[in-house]
Design a protein around this ligand. Structure first.
Ligand code: PLP
Length: 382
């Protein structure tokens, strides 16, 4: 005989978890290959794979042509984890010690600043380093000015530590804005230099891959779209045929009945307009849920959309359950995933989805799914 209880008891009670769908990663990679069949793919897994777990992402994407990370330490973590494929350090080395690590572990380095050239020229002959020479075509962040191309190439050709021909790359500042003339200008600038360049070329991030066919070149550098997320502010991943990789969920840990006029949460910013049930879900900014998510931000309780109310606290959020009077403690709460795109939550929190997935904290349990469906899984790395 089971007793009707006002709560649900199961093993996943109140666990706040991010399910990482590794099969979706494979699907998104396939989508990229369809969009640019002639180009090679450097899968960008910096910032712990945009919060998805760099090592497991790299294992699931073992069939790509290279991995891209921002820092030498990130490249080291992948090597230590058994990733034997090519790894490109997008910020390059920043000290002679890092340069030594690049050599020792056979990383490839972006070269964007004269200080790095000085270090290369001072380093003893030995293992050669594959270099990606970065040109600043208008983003004005990292890269050599276009006018310096000839001089840098001359210096590099006299440098015993460098593999030739070097690859040439640039980064787009506004590819996520299809109307912005900046991308065409950057492309024109890059073309003028690359016409004389003997090595491979790379321009495109996710927005370039999706919106600017002329940026595809020899090497693509997709990040966000691998994770099933759109780089555009007015779209979601499924608009591009992508599948979201991360699903963030938790449970209701309280359902309370409040009266008209009662104020909910810190600062009492949200006032009950009538007598109503309010749910409390076990997720907050201590898990990486954005504190700036406004009242009205959608949350799914039992698969039904309800609005967040009041301020997000460290461990909890409150939700309006008027449309779900039957909701009980233990019911599932989805913060983002296939049924509720992270892009939508990001907009409600006045940020970008990149930040939301990156900011998940270690308190959130990561659970992998779908590995068996990933065809390129490499047994040596697991
Ligand atoms: C992060 C990064 C990318 C990937 O950008 P997405 O917008 O996530 O596709 C590509 N290239 C460089 C140099 C980067 O730093």
């Amino acid at each position: 005989m089971s007793i009707e209880r006002p709560w649900r008891c199961d093993d996943a009670f109140s666990r706040t978890r991010a399910v990482i769908d590794l099969a979706a990663l494979g699907h998104n990679l396939q989508r990229i290959r369809e969009l640019a069949p002639a180009s090679r793919v450097m899968a960008v897994v910096k910032a712990d794979g945009y919060g998805h777990g760099a090592l497991r992402v790299a294992q699931a994407l073992a069939g790509v042509d290279a991995f891209g990370v921002a820092r030498v330490a990130e490249a080291m973590a992948l090597r230590d984890g058994g990733i034997h494929q090519r790894i490109v350090v997008l910020e390059g080395f920043s000290s002679p010690e890092e340069l030594a690590l690049v050599r020792e572990h056979r990383f490839e380095s972006v070269l964007h600043h004269p200080s790095q050239l000085d270090m290369l020229e001072c380093s003893p002959a030995g293992e050669e380093i594959p270099v990606w020479l970065k040109i600043d075509t208008g983003m004005h962040r990292l890269g050599f000015p276009p006018a310096a191309y000839g001089e840098i190439m001359a210096r590099l050709s006299g440098c015993a530590a460098v593999t030739t021909p070097v690859r040439l790359m640039t980064h787009l500042a506004s590819a996520d804005e299809p109307e912005n003339p900046q991308t065409a200008k950057q492309l024109e600038c890059f073309r003028a230099i690359s016409r004389q360049h003997p090595g491979e070329l790379s321009i495109a991030n996710s927005a370039g891959i999706l919106a600017w066919e002329h940026t595809h070149a020899d090497w693509l550098r997709p990040g966000i779209m691998l994770y099933g997320i759109s780089p555009f502010s007015d779209a979601v991943g499924s608009d591009h045929g992508l599948r979201p990789v991360m699903t963030l969920s938790t449970r209701l840990i309280a359902v309370n009945q409040f009266s008209r006029g009662d104020a909910v949460g810190y600062g009492g910013r949200w006032i009950c307009p009538e007598d109503m049930p309010v749910g409390v879900a076990a997720v907050g900014y201590g898990d990486g849920y954005p504190r700036h998510a406004a009242s009205g931000t959608p949350v799914l309780v039992n698969g039904v959309k309800v609005p967040l109310i009041g301020r997000v606290s460290m461990d909890m959020i409150s939700v309006d359950l008027r449309t779900q009077p039957g909701a009980r403690v233990g019911d599932p709460v989805l913060l983002w995933g296939s049924e509720l795109p992270v892009e939508v939550v990001a907009r409600a929190a006045q940020t970008i989805p990149y930040e939301l997935t990156c900011k998940l904290t270690t308190r959130v349990e990561r659970i992998e799914e779908g590995m068996a469906d990933v065809p390129q899984l490499d047994a040596r790395t697991s």
